[in-house]
Design a protein around this ligand. Structure first.
Ligand code: HSE
Length: 310
């Protein structure tokens, strides 16, 4: 069987966004993973893995998030073929930028196209979330949801699964800084408290609901005031050197708010994209790390679309 290759761009995402641990997610315009695949008679084959951090991505289909997610799709569709894949990582693993989520979502999205798009977007998300569960040791769909649907997503419930999407404001600018530090999501989940207080619960409900309202109204001030986390980011601060200094520097240079992206170590800052402050914020946050002899990569980006065929 010699089939045509198809090619998918799967975007980076940020999750949690303050009070929305494991529920909120936001797709970015860049960077993205590129997943290519074509039908083969049976089984899964990873022909090539390249790009940033690819040396840490396993090429065994049983433990690679692209193929685990794609296999779920083929099972649900009762497909009678396999898939050969090529993976180009644009999102470094262990970054907090939804690297494994993008690979999983890209793999599931691609497999669904090969199956004639039999599955709904929610089913594709569930297949990708299964891969996240296997890889990171916890069922969380807050990266794969925006990676499939684009924009800002909120998971109301995991069982039964319900996710909804809002188009974020057009002038919501994002600066993402990724220091050269590796934090595996599985490790970042081990430092979390098992219980939260009623006081913190009240604080999170208030901020989470107001953040959603801010997204709906397109109100950057309301969004930024509501990116607050009393529980998860504080527990993870010890895993990310200079996090407090980097956030402070971002805000001192015009960011509306700055926070730990997902499980870290990336630092995400929101700013008003009607200004040209993105480049300055990126430079200043980067300098916090380079001044301490830690390399740091930055992106000045915006919310973006979900997986697409390119
Ligand atoms: N919500 C997950 C966590 C996302 O914070 O552990 C990981 O990127």
């Amino acid at each position: 069987m010699s089939e045509e290759w198809i090619r998918i761009a799967a975007p980076a995402t940020t999750s949690n966004i303050g009070a929305g641990f494991d529920t909120f997610g936001l797709a970015m315009s860049e960077p993205c993973d590129i997943i290519e695949g074509r039908k083969i008679d049976s089984g899964f084959l990873i022909r090539e893995i390249s790009g940033t951090g690819s040396e840490n991505v396993p090429n065994d289909p049983k433990i690679n998030s692209v193929t685990i997610a794609a296999e779920q799709v083929l099972k649900r569709c009762r497909a009678d073929f396999g898939i050969e894949m090529r993976i180009k990582k644009g999102i470094r693993p262990c970054s907090g930028m939804g690297s494994s989520g993008a690979s999983a979502a890209g793999g599931a999205f691609l497999a669904n196209i090969l199956c004639g798009e039999k599955l709904s977007p929610t089913e594709v998300i569930l297949c990708a979330a299964h891969a996240e569960d296997v890889i990171s040791g916890g069922l969380h769909a807050d990266n794969v949801s925006p990676c499939i649907l684009g924009g800002f997503t909120m998971i109301r419930s995991y069982e039964p699964f319900e996710v909804n999407r809002i188009e974020p404001p057009k002038d919501l600018g994002m600066v993402v800084a990724l220091p050269d530090i590796m934090v595996a999501t599985s490790d970042a989940r081990k430092v979390l408290p098992a219980e939260v207080s009623v006081k913190d619960l009240v604080f999170h409900v208030g901020n989470a609901s107001t953040l959603v309202y801010g997204m709906m109204r397109g109100d950057l001030g309301m969004i930024s005031r509501s990116v607050k986390d009393a529980v998860f980011e504080p527990a993870r601060t010890k895993l990310v050197p200079y996090l407090k200094e980097a956030k402070k520097e971002a805000v001192a240079n015009g960011a509306l708010v700055s926070f730990l992206g997902g499980s870290g170590p990336c630092i995400v800052s929101f700013y008003d994209a009607k200004t040209d402050l993105g480049g300055v914020i990126a430079e200043k946050v980067k300098a916090v790390y380079t001044d301490n002899r830690i390399k740091c990569q930055t992106w000045v980006t915006r919310p973006g679309a979900g997986c697409k065929r390119i």
